[in-house]
Design a protein around this ligand. Structure first.
Ligand SMILES: [Fe+2]
Ligand SMILES: [Fe+2]
Length: 300
Protein backbone atom coordinates (compact mmCIF):
# COMPACT_ATOMS: atom_id res chain seq x y z
CA UNK A 1 0.00 0.00 0.00
CA UNK A 2 1.35 3.42 -0.92
CA UNK A 3 0.43 6.56 0.91
CA UNK A 4 0.82 9.92 -0.82
CA UNK A 5 3.47 12.15 0.68
CA UNK A 6 2.88 14.82 3.23
CA UNK A 7 -0.59 13.95 4.34
CA UNK A 8 -1.90 15.37 7.61
CA UNK A 9 -0.83 13.79 10.91
CA UNK A 10 -4.48 12.75 11.46
CA UNK A 11 -4.36 10.84 8.20
CA UNK A 12 -1.34 8.80 9.31
CA UNK A 13 -2.76 8.31 12.77
CA UNK A 14 -5.96 6.86 11.29
CA UNK A 15 -3.90 4.63 9.05
CA UNK A 16 -1.94 3.28 11.98
CA UNK A 17 -5.10 2.47 13.89
CA UNK A 18 -6.85 0.87 10.94
CA UNK A 19 -4.18 -0.89 8.88
CA UNK A 20 -4.33 -4.60 9.47
CA UNK A 21 -0.97 -5.12 7.77
CA UNK A 22 0.93 -3.32 10.54
CA UNK A 23 2.83 -5.49 13.00
CA UNK A 24 1.27 -6.47 16.28
CA UNK A 25 3.19 -6.83 19.52
CA UNK A 26 3.78 -10.59 19.83
CA UNK A 27 1.72 -12.38 22.46
CA UNK A 28 4.87 -13.64 24.16
CA UNK A 29 6.22 -10.10 24.48
CA UNK A 30 2.89 -8.92 25.91
CA UNK A 31 2.91 -11.76 28.44
CA UNK A 32 6.48 -10.98 29.47
CA UNK A 33 5.60 -7.29 29.88
CA UNK A 34 2.59 -8.16 32.01
CA UNK A 35 4.56 -10.63 34.15
CA UNK A 36 7.46 -8.21 34.62
CA UNK A 37 5.13 -5.43 35.80
CA UNK A 38 4.39 -7.53 38.85
CA UNK A 39 6.99 -6.91 41.50
CA UNK A 40 8.86 -10.18 41.59
CA UNK A 41 9.05 -11.91 38.28
CA UNK A 42 9.51 -15.59 39.10
CA UNK A 43 10.89 -18.62 37.28
CA UNK A 44 7.48 -20.24 37.40
CA UNK A 45 5.97 -17.23 35.59
CA UNK A 46 8.61 -16.98 32.89
CA UNK A 47 9.27 -20.66 32.21
CA UNK A 48 5.83 -21.57 30.74
CA UNK A 49 5.89 -18.42 28.56
CA UNK A 50 9.24 -19.38 27.07
CA UNK A 51 8.43 -23.04 26.68
CA UNK A 52 5.68 -22.06 24.24
CA UNK A 53 8.33 -20.81 21.82
CA UNK A 54 10.95 -23.46 20.97
CA UNK A 55 13.22 -21.14 18.89
CA UNK A 56 13.26 -18.74 21.84
CA UNK A 57 14.09 -21.57 24.26
CA UNK A 58 16.95 -22.66 21.95
CA UNK A 59 18.28 -19.11 21.82
CA UNK A 60 18.24 -18.82 25.60
CA UNK A 61 20.12 -22.11 25.97
CA UNK A 62 22.65 -20.94 23.39
CA UNK A 63 23.23 -17.71 25.30
CA UNK A 64 23.56 -19.53 28.64
CA UNK A 65 26.17 -21.79 27.03
CA UNK A 66 28.09 -18.91 25.43
CA UNK A 67 31.56 -17.88 26.52
CA UNK A 68 29.97 -14.73 27.98
CA UNK A 69 28.64 -16.72 30.96
CA UNK A 70 31.74 -18.94 31.14
CA UNK A 71 30.03 -22.16 32.29
CA UNK A 72 32.26 -25.25 32.46
CA UNK A 73 29.47 -27.77 31.94
CA UNK A 74 26.69 -27.76 29.36
CA UNK A 75 23.50 -25.98 30.32
CA UNK A 76 20.76 -28.29 29.08
CA UNK A 77 17.54 -27.15 30.76
CA UNK A 78 15.70 -23.87 30.50
CA UNK A 79 15.34 -23.75 34.28
CA UNK A 80 19.11 -23.98 34.67
CA UNK A 81 19.58 -21.34 31.96
CA UNK A 82 17.26 -18.99 33.85
CA UNK A 83 19.34 -19.39 37.01
CA UNK A 84 22.54 -18.59 35.13
CA UNK A 85 21.27 -15.68 33.10
CA UNK A 86 19.05 -14.19 35.80
CA UNK A 87 15.39 -13.28 35.63
CA UNK A 88 15.59 -9.71 34.45
CA UNK A 89 18.20 -10.36 31.79
CA UNK A 90 16.19 -13.31 30.61
CA UNK A 91 12.99 -11.34 30.27
CA UNK A 92 14.96 -8.73 28.25
CA UNK A 93 16.31 -11.44 25.95
CA UNK A 94 12.93 -13.09 25.52
CA UNK A 95 11.17 -9.77 24.93
CA UNK A 96 13.65 -8.62 22.27
CA UNK A 97 13.79 -11.99 20.58
CA UNK A 98 10.02 -12.17 20.12
CA UNK A 99 9.65 -8.51 19.09
CA UNK A 100 12.52 -8.61 16.59
CA UNK A 101 11.32 -11.87 15.08
CA UNK A 102 7.75 -10.64 14.64
CA UNK A 103 8.51 -7.14 13.41
CA UNK A 104 11.35 -8.08 11.06
CA UNK A 105 9.10 -10.44 9.17
CA UNK A 106 9.02 -9.62 5.47
CA UNK A 107 10.97 -6.37 5.42
CA UNK A 108 13.53 -7.29 2.79
CA UNK A 109 14.38 -5.24 -0.26
CA UNK A 110 15.68 -1.71 -0.56
CA UNK A 111 19.02 -2.60 1.04
CA UNK A 112 18.37 -1.07 4.40
CA UNK A 113 20.41 -2.52 7.23
CA UNK A 114 17.63 -3.56 9.63
CA UNK A 115 20.11 -5.66 11.58
CA UNK A 116 21.79 -2.41 12.50
CA UNK A 117 18.40 -0.92 13.40
CA UNK A 118 17.84 -3.70 15.94
CA UNK A 119 21.39 -3.41 17.21
CA UNK A 120 20.77 0.26 17.97
CA UNK A 121 17.39 -0.55 19.55
CA UNK A 122 18.67 -3.37 21.78
CA UNK A 123 21.72 -1.31 22.81
CA UNK A 124 19.45 1.62 23.65
CA UNK A 125 17.38 -0.72 25.85
CA UNK A 126 20.45 -1.80 27.81
CA UNK A 127 21.87 1.72 28.04
CA UNK A 128 18.53 3.14 29.22
CA UNK A 129 18.40 0.48 31.94
CA UNK A 130 22.00 1.26 32.91
CA UNK A 131 21.46 5.03 33.11
CA UNK A 132 18.27 4.65 35.15
CA UNK A 133 20.04 2.36 37.62
CA UNK A 134 23.11 4.59 37.79
CA UNK A 135 20.98 7.60 38.66
CA UNK A 136 18.82 5.52 41.00
CA UNK A 137 15.67 6.80 39.36
CA UNK A 138 12.66 5.10 40.97
CA UNK A 139 10.35 3.70 38.31
CA UNK A 140 7.95 0.88 37.49
CA UNK A 141 8.60 1.28 33.77
CA UNK A 142 10.87 -1.15 31.95
CA UNK A 143 13.42 1.17 30.40
CA UNK A 144 14.78 -1.78 28.47
CA UNK A 145 11.43 -2.07 26.66
CA UNK A 146 11.36 1.66 26.11
CA UNK A 147 14.82 1.64 24.55
CA UNK A 148 14.03 -1.37 22.41
CA UNK A 149 10.89 0.27 21.02
CA UNK A 150 11.87 3.96 20.90
CA UNK A 151 12.51 4.06 17.13
CA UNK A 152 9.86 1.54 16.16
CA UNK A 153 8.17 4.31 14.16
CA UNK A 154 10.99 4.03 11.59
CA UNK A 155 10.04 0.44 10.87
CA UNK A 156 6.36 1.36 10.74
CA UNK A 157 6.97 4.29 8.35
CA UNK A 158 8.95 1.90 6.15
CA UNK A 159 6.14 -0.64 6.24
CA UNK A 160 3.54 2.00 5.38
CA UNK A 161 5.51 3.36 2.44
CA UNK A 162 8.97 1.91 1.73
CA UNK A 163 9.70 4.26 -1.16
CA UNK A 164 8.97 7.40 0.83
CA UNK A 165 10.99 6.00 3.72
CA UNK A 166 14.01 5.42 1.47
CA UNK A 167 13.57 8.93 0.14
CA UNK A 168 13.69 10.35 3.67
CA UNK A 169 16.71 8.17 4.46
CA UNK A 170 18.58 9.51 1.45
CA UNK A 171 17.47 13.06 2.12
CA UNK A 172 18.97 12.86 5.61
CA UNK A 173 22.25 11.71 4.08
CA UNK A 174 22.31 14.32 1.35
CA UNK A 175 21.25 17.22 3.53
CA UNK A 176 23.36 16.04 6.46
CA UNK A 177 20.35 16.39 8.73
CA UNK A 178 18.76 14.04 11.25
CA UNK A 179 16.27 11.36 10.20
CA UNK A 180 13.69 13.20 12.26
CA UNK A 181 13.96 16.35 10.09
CA UNK A 182 14.03 14.38 6.83
CA UNK A 183 10.96 12.31 7.73
CA UNK A 184 9.04 15.49 8.55
CA UNK A 185 9.90 16.85 5.12
CA UNK A 186 8.93 13.72 3.21
CA UNK A 187 6.02 12.32 5.22
CA UNK A 188 4.88 15.37 7.17
CA UNK A 189 5.17 13.24 10.33
CA UNK A 190 8.16 11.66 12.08
CA UNK A 191 9.05 8.25 13.48
CA UNK A 192 8.36 9.65 16.96
CA UNK A 193 4.75 10.50 16.04
CA UNK A 194 4.23 7.16 14.38
CA UNK A 195 5.96 5.29 17.22
CA UNK A 196 3.68 7.01 19.72
CA UNK A 197 0.57 5.97 17.80
CA UNK A 198 1.68 2.38 17.42
CA UNK A 199 2.46 2.25 21.17
CA UNK A 200 -1.08 3.55 21.76
CA UNK A 201 -2.42 0.86 19.46
CA UNK A 202 -0.47 -1.72 21.44
CA UNK A 203 -2.01 -0.33 24.63
CA UNK A 204 1.32 0.45 26.26
CA UNK A 205 1.40 2.67 29.35
CA UNK A 206 1.00 6.44 29.08
CA UNK A 207 4.60 6.90 30.14
CA UNK A 208 5.89 4.66 27.33
CA UNK A 209 3.61 6.34 24.75
CA UNK A 210 4.80 9.82 25.76
CA UNK A 211 8.47 8.88 26.00
CA UNK A 212 8.45 7.38 22.49
CA UNK A 213 6.53 10.36 21.13
CA UNK A 214 8.92 12.99 22.47
CA UNK A 215 12.29 11.23 22.58
CA UNK A 216 13.81 13.77 20.18
CA UNK A 217 12.24 16.76 21.91
CA UNK A 218 11.71 16.20 25.64
CA UNK A 219 11.16 19.94 26.13
CA UNK A 220 7.97 19.75 24.03
CA UNK A 221 6.26 17.19 26.22
CA UNK A 222 3.01 18.62 27.52
CA UNK A 223 2.56 16.19 30.40
CA UNK A 224 5.28 17.12 32.90
CA UNK A 225 4.95 13.84 34.78
CA UNK A 226 6.94 12.23 31.97
CA UNK A 227 9.69 14.77 31.39
CA UNK A 228 12.37 12.84 33.33
CA UNK A 229 11.46 9.55 31.68
CA UNK A 230 11.63 11.01 28.17
CA UNK A 231 14.92 12.79 28.93
CA UNK A 232 16.45 9.55 30.21
CA UNK A 233 15.39 7.88 26.98
CA UNK A 234 16.84 10.69 24.86
CA UNK A 235 20.17 10.46 26.66
CA UNK A 236 20.31 6.65 26.27
CA UNK A 237 19.66 7.11 22.54
CA UNK A 238 22.41 9.71 22.33
CA UNK A 239 24.91 7.54 24.20
CA UNK A 240 24.34 4.82 21.56
CA UNK A 241 24.70 7.28 18.69
CA UNK A 242 27.78 8.80 20.30
CA UNK A 243 29.32 5.32 20.49
CA UNK A 244 28.39 4.76 16.83
CA UNK A 245 25.81 2.10 17.57
CA UNK A 246 23.41 3.95 15.33
CA UNK A 247 20.99 3.43 12.49
CA UNK A 248 20.60 5.99 9.76
CA UNK A 249 22.64 9.08 9.34
CA UNK A 250 25.63 9.93 11.47
CA UNK A 251 24.06 13.37 11.86
CA UNK A 252 21.82 11.86 14.50
CA UNK A 253 24.89 11.59 16.73
CA UNK A 254 25.17 14.97 18.33
CA UNK A 255 26.68 15.80 21.67
CA UNK A 256 23.78 17.00 23.74
CA UNK A 257 25.44 19.81 25.76
CA UNK A 258 22.68 22.13 24.73
CA UNK A 259 19.97 19.51 24.44
CA UNK A 260 16.98 19.95 26.66
CA UNK A 261 16.91 16.35 27.88
CA UNK A 262 20.41 16.72 29.32
CA UNK A 263 19.44 20.01 31.00
CA UNK A 264 16.31 18.44 32.47
CA UNK A 265 18.40 15.57 33.91
CA UNK A 266 21.01 17.97 35.28
CA UNK A 267 18.27 19.84 37.13
CA UNK A 268 16.77 16.63 38.39
CA UNK A 269 19.89 14.70 39.49
CA UNK A 270 22.47 16.52 41.61
CA UNK A 271 25.25 14.14 40.58
CA UNK A 272 24.97 15.39 36.97
CA UNK A 273 25.40 19.00 37.97
CA UNK A 274 28.41 20.40 36.11
CA UNK A 275 29.13 17.06 34.41
CA UNK A 276 29.44 17.23 30.63
CA UNK A 277 28.03 14.53 28.39
CA UNK A 278 31.41 13.20 27.23
CA UNK A 279 32.66 12.62 30.78
CA UNK A 280 29.33 11.02 31.60
CA UNK A 281 29.83 8.55 28.72
CA UNK A 282 33.47 7.89 29.70
CA UNK A 283 32.22 6.92 33.15
CA UNK A 284 30.10 4.20 31.52
CA UNK A 285 32.90 2.78 29.36
CA UNK A 286 33.19 -0.67 31.05
CA UNK A 287 29.46 -1.23 31.14
CA UNK A 288 29.16 -0.15 27.50
CA UNK A 289 31.69 -2.82 26.51
CA UNK A 290 29.58 -5.45 28.29
CA UNK A 291 26.47 -4.13 26.56
CA UNK A 292 28.15 -4.39 23.15
CA UNK A 293 28.97 -8.04 23.87
CA UNK A 294 25.40 -8.75 24.92
CA UNK A 295 24.02 -7.07 21.80
CA UNK A 296 26.27 -9.18 19.58
CA UNK A 297 25.25 -12.31 21.44
CA UNK A 298 21.58 -11.59 20.83
CA UNK A 299 22.21 -11.20 17.12
CA UNK A 300 24.13 -14.40 16.49
FE1 LIG B 1 14.55 8.33 17.24
FE1 LIG C 1 17.37 5.97 18.25
Amino acid sequence: MTIKKNRSPEYYRDQIFSLTTLPTLPIIATEILRASREDNLSVSQLLPIMEKDPPLAMKVLKIANSAYYGMRTDVKSLRHAIVIIGMRELSNIAFSFSVIKELSHDIGGYNLNWKQFWKHSVACGYVAQLVVEGLEYPTQTSFYTLGLLHDIGKLVLYRIDPECYIESFELANNKRCSSFVAEKEVFGVTHSDVGMWIAERWKMTEEVINAIGYHHHPEKISDYRFKVCVSLLQIADMVCNFKSINFGTEYDSSIPQSEDGWKILQNEFKRLDGVDFESFVSGLEDELETIKKMVDLLQT
